[in-house]
Write a protein that binds this ligand. Structure first.
Ligand code: GLU
Length: 494
């Protein structure tokens, strides 16, 4: 097999069905679509496959559009941006499919089927019971007129249209990742449903052809459908696109990633958790593909520049969230503090609503506080709880009882000495604060640094564990710092 060269512009597409909130697989396919389209100077198309009317979920389409944009997987054509092959939503293209169905019937490649669902269920049950080698539709309707069929049991008024799969259906096809692939023999697939909507199999072929798609990137679960699609291309006299069947994403226990079992199957989960889109893209690009460099940190552009289909491995990439956590931290630390602060505020607003109405001064405080927390951040949501003490009015700050309980007996003396040292401090910055406290607590009281600052920390932040103390005090300001230490001093008694 020769993998396609990157010379002619490719047209790729992702074709999600809006049946729930978007699956991480949609982002995964879109990534490779974007990569190949950009690498070859082509286009990436988003098409909404909404022909299965029973499974539509309100709002799902908008979520697909917005999550792809969030990820920076920008499509060149799609339902909301239009394009030369509009409409990009299958429910708006019903007239497009009809003539092809008629052509296939007229040419003997497809036929009407009036079998009721009860009859089909009975047929399947019998086939199973008798352990027949060949299962699938028994072609009761094939070759019959409506009247002839109506005379038999299990008749349904509104027919479907089925493909007449020939005995010599080609079962082997070329895949640009896998080479020659063999798929099982298909059943007489329904291509037009009783409600007048095409099934996926017809619509996908018609649309991929009419939209000039050159490279069909999709999950390996579609391999078994590909012979049906190839037949349709052949019957309609159309050139085949290239097929790239990507491996299924798997949990660490190797099971297929599904929304029921794994929250990470939901694309929105990553946004809710506070992952950065850049980190998720980096993570997805490593799932079945060697890293650009040993560190595994790579941009989308670097992935595009070095991409080759022959390097995609089919071994069922494992979804290891620990690696994503690590990457997220790396990307968080690469952001400029202003940018990081914006993202933290946006995330906090989305998840808790609590930073939704920040004024300029508060925003500036978040920016100034970022260096204090970003070293330890894994997720965007880690920042706000750690910094809450900065945004709490002094009177509302809770000194956690469990943190107070852990202080040593000398806490009152330590606080007194700290207060005395800080009250007259000329300059209020973290170096001066640290110098004054060291002198008063370590040098003069002879405390070990490890214990010396604990009462001050609990006083300032309410907790034993906090961002760096002296920098926190600088940001909080002298008045609040002293007021909080005095409040704790009162609580710890004599
Ligand atoms: N609508 C199909 C899905 O949601 C698209 C499959 C394909 O890309 O051909 O999985």
């Amino acid at each position: 097999m020769t993998a396609p060269a990157a010379s002619s512009p490719a047209r790729t597409r992702v074709a999600p069905s809006p049946t729930g909130d978007p699956h991480v697989g949609t982002a995964y396919m879109s990534l490779f679509d974007v990569v190949w389209a950009r690498k070859t100077g082509g286009q990436f198309v988003l098409r909404i496959e909404d022909t299965d009317r029973n499974r539509l979920v309100e709002g799902s389409e908008d979520q697909v559009l917005s999550t792809l944009k969030w990820l920076g997987l920008t499509y060149d054509e799609g339902p909301d941006v239009g394009g030369p092959y509009a409409p990009y939503k299958q429910s708006e293209r019903l007239d497009t499919y009809q003539p092809f169905v008629e052509q296939l019937i007229a040419e003997g490649h497809a036929y009407h089927c009036w079998c009721s669902s009860e009859r089909l269920a009975e047929m399947r049950a019998e086939q199973q019971a008798s352990k027949q080698a060949v299962t699938g539709y028994d072609r009761l309707c094939y070759g019959k007129t409506r009247e002839e069929r109506a005379a038999l049991p299990g008749f349904n008024e509104n027919p479907v249209v089925r493909m007449l799969i020939p005995d010599d259906v080609p079962l082997v096809f070329e895949d640009i990742i896998r080479g020659q692939v063999k798929a099982p023999r298909p059943d007489d697939q329904v291509i037009l449903k009783a409600d007048g909507f095409p099934t996926y199999h017809l619509a996908v072929v018609v649309d991929d052809h009419l939209m000039n798609i050159t490279t069909v990137v999709r999950g390996e679960e579609w391999i078994s459908s590909t012979p049906k699609h190839i037949l349709l291309y052949q019957w309609l006299g159309w050139e085949l696109p290239q097929f790239a069947h990507m491996p299924l994403l798997r949990n660490t226990d190797k099971s297929k990633i599904s929304k029921r079992k794994n929250p990470a199957a939901r694309l929105l989960w990553f946004k809710e958790q506070g992952y950065l889109p850049e980190a998720l893209i980096n993570f997805l690009s490593l799932l079945c593909y060697p890293p650009v460099r040993e560190s595994e940190v790579q941009t989308l552009q670097e992935f595009i520049d070095t991409f080759e289909w022959s390097k995609v491995s089919t071994g069922g990439p494992i979804f290891d969230l620990k690696k994503l956590d690590w990457l997220n931290g790396v990307y968080i630390r690469e952001l400029a503090v202003e940018e990081l602060a914006d993202r933290v505020i946006e995330h906090e607003t989305m998840i808790t609503g609590r930073w939704s109405e920040m004024d300029d001064a508060q925003r500036a405080l978040v920016v100034a506080a970022m260096p204090l927390v970003r070293e330890r951040m894994t997720l965007l949501g880690d920042a706000a709880p750690a910094l809450e003490f900065l945004f709490t009015p002094d009177a509302d700050l809770v000194h956690e009882p469990e943190s107070i309980a852990k202080l040593k007996e000398d806490a009152p003396q330590v606080l007194d000495a700290a207060l005395a040292a800080l009250e007259d401090l000329v300059e209020w910055n973290h170096e001066a604060i640290q110098g004054a406290l060291r002198e008063a607590l370590v040098d003069q009281l002879g405390l070990k640094p490890k214990f010396a600052f604990a009462p001050v920390r609990v006083g300032i932040t309410g907790r034993q564990v906090s961002p760096p103390l002296f920098e926190s005090m600088e940001l909080l300001g002298r008045e609040s710092s002293l007021a909080r230490m005095r409040a704790l001093r009162q609580k710890v008694g004599a």
